[in-house]
Design a protein around this ligand. Structure first.
Ligand SMILES: [Zn+2]
Ligand SMILES: [Zn+2]
Length: 333
């Protein structure tokens, strides 16, 4: 794993099922129902059948991260990047379009909060955070919290999953009309104007060099030059500096990977048997009946990681507890 992962990227990597993205029909890791082939790609990455099982898996992983010091494994830290504090300092405010600047938008921190308005090319959107705990008519496939974005003139809505701290979870629930009726399209008319919903993401960096994203659901005229993705000047400068620093190193690594990569086809069980069901990282036994995401379940570790030019072959793989494997990965750059 690269060393500049955000906490959420790291957590996504942790939640990735060892067999990779489900094609459809694989058993859900929480309830054993088949994972639908058309499920959200994040659900297919985690082998969960839907939102409810995804939330359960997320809670299980949160407990694991919190309690990892108590696990009977290495007793080492998991290597999670620190959850950074929201760099936002202002209270409720209007985030405006600033013509003639690059990027031409105001933003601050991770995203919107209660009382904020976001104005993009003259279109105003307001926000509310709803919780399962306080709403009665809550569809059972919705997550515990949702952020509702409402275009103020037409009352059209765009809803997605959120945390209790207003951070978006990237789980898109959908577009809704003024009476809450589901709509299939991101476009709608308001005051005779054709508008479009966007998932806005602005990549920024704190003065002390921590990268973060502002994310907001916004509406803009369909014919405006709006693009949902922007990099702040500071973030662009940081990224370019990093590219210059690592380009020589990574060009070399890529060449090594391309010229020498060996991919053998084999059944991981063969490696587990070869290693006698003993984790090669902590040298403790692996219980073959435990299934991912149990921290002590079996996993295939690449001795020299693939990102460092290692091969996917019998000679470069070994059995490891899943958590031992995760810990090793977090230390490797
Ligand atoms: Zn399930
Ligand atoms: Zn181990």
């Amino acid at each position: 794993m690269p060393d500049d992962l955000s906490y959420w990227d790291w957590r996504d990597a942790l939640l990735m099922h060892p067999e990779g993205r489900a094609k459809g029909g694989e058993p859900c890791v929480k309830c054993s129902e088949p994972v639908p082939a058309n499920a959200h790609w994040k659900h297919r990455d985690r082998h969960v059948c839907g939102t409810r099982c995804n939330s359960n898996l997320g809670r299980q992983i949160n407990r694991l991260i919190k309690n990892t010091g108590d696990l009977d494994l290495h007793g080492r830290e998991l290597g999670a990047p620190a959850k950074m504090t929201n760099p936002r300092t202002s209270g409720p405010r209007i985030f405006r379009t600033i013509n003639g600047q690059e990027p031409p938008f105001e933003w601050e921190g991770f995203g919107v909060r209660q009382g904020d308005l976001v104005e993009r090319y003259g279109v105003l959107v307001g926000y509310a955070l709803l919780s399962r705990a306080t709403e009665e008519a809550w569809p059972n496939w919705w997550p515990d919290h949702v952020l509702i974005a409402m275009e103020l003139r037409s009352r059209q809505q765009f809803i997605c999953g959120a945390t209790a701290d207003w951070d978006l979870t990237r789980l898109q629930i959908g577009y809704f009309g003024p009476q809450g009726e589901p709509r299939n399209e991101a476009t709608f008319t308001s005051g005779g104007q054709l508008l479009r919903w966007h998932w806005e993401r602005i990549r920024d960096v704190t003065p002390d060099g921590q990268e973060f994203n502002w994310e907001a659901l916004v509406a803009a005229p369909a014919d405006s030059p709006y693009r949902g993705d922007w990099w702040s000047p500071a973030r662009t400068a940081l990224s370019e500096k990093r590219k210059r620093e690592t380009s020589t190193k990574s060009r070399h690594a890529r060449r090594v990977r391309l010229e020498d990569a060996v991919v053998e086809r084999f059944d991981p069980e063969e490696i587990y048997e070869r290693d006698g069901w003993v984790c090669q990282l902590c040298l403790r036994p692996v219980d073959r009946t435990l299934a991912w995401p149990h921290p002590e379940s079996k996993s295939l570790d690449h001795v020299l990681p693939l990102v460092a030019g290692g091969n996917h072959c019998r000679a470069n793989t070994q059995l490891a507890h899943w958590l031992c494997n995760v810990r090793k990965g977090a230390r490797t750059t």
